[in-house]
Design a protein around this ligand. Structure first.
Ligand code: PNS
Length: 177
């Protein structure tokens, strides 16, 4: 009598066919623009990993652990979003995690040149594909660096990032003065 092969448990099937993507960034700190992209990516993929990576061109205001904590707080409403960090090349993280898609947000055409270069480099290094999503128009001017600069000089940033993050940003800036 031939025995039918045992069916793998559903959990294994789910893992095998799960569509996972990474949303990498500095997130120093996370803004409404980031959250727009993360939420929309979470609607397209089974799991989205929001990964804090180091951008050598930028000096950070918050440590990696602080950025992770803030991201966890503001993404907790999406069950398929997880938060992680990595020191090193993004493609090495993707390889280690078995992730084949990177999702990035584009605010304007001016973002394209740098993002295109990174996407092509990452593709060449590893075959990992980068998918671009345009931010909602109301976020097209939004950048963590600009938010920090405006807040430093007392400008109102309350509509640009979640209230909890704004509080932490203002606290950090006042600690520095
Ligand atoms: O939010 P940012 O600063 O625009 O994000 C840029 C980031 C962190 C995603 C990018 O600098 C990055 O991927 N850094 C990790 C190191 C790496 O892989 N560098 C080669 C890029 S082709």
């Amino acid at each position: 009598m031939t025995r039918r092969p045992e069916r793998p448990p559903d959990v294994l099937l789910t893992c095998r066919f799960m569509r996972r993507a990474v949303c990498p960034g500095s997130y120093d700190p996370v803004t409404n623009g980031h959250l727009d992209i993360i939420e929309r990516a979470a609607g397209l993929f089974d799991e989205v990993v929001v990964a804090v990576l180091v951008n050598k061109k930028k000096q950070s205001l918050f440590g990696v652990e602080e950025r992770l904590e803030m991201l966890r707080e503001v993404t907790s409403q999406w069950p398929n979003v997880v938060v992680d960090s990595w020191h090193g090349l993004l493609v090495d993280y993707c390889r280690e995690q078995g992730i084949s898609s990177i999702v990035k947000g584009l605010r304007a055409v001016s973002d394209c040149e740098y993002e295109l270069q990174m996407a092509q480099m990452n593709q060449r290094l590893s075959g990992v594909e980068t998918l671009f999503m345009f931010t909602k128009p109301e976020n097209s001017f939004l950048a963590s660096s600009l938010v920090k600069e405006v807040a430093t000089y007392g400008g109102d940033v309350s509509n640009l990032l979640p209230a909890k993050i704004e509080r932490r940003l203002l606290d950090r800036l006042s600690e520095q003065n």
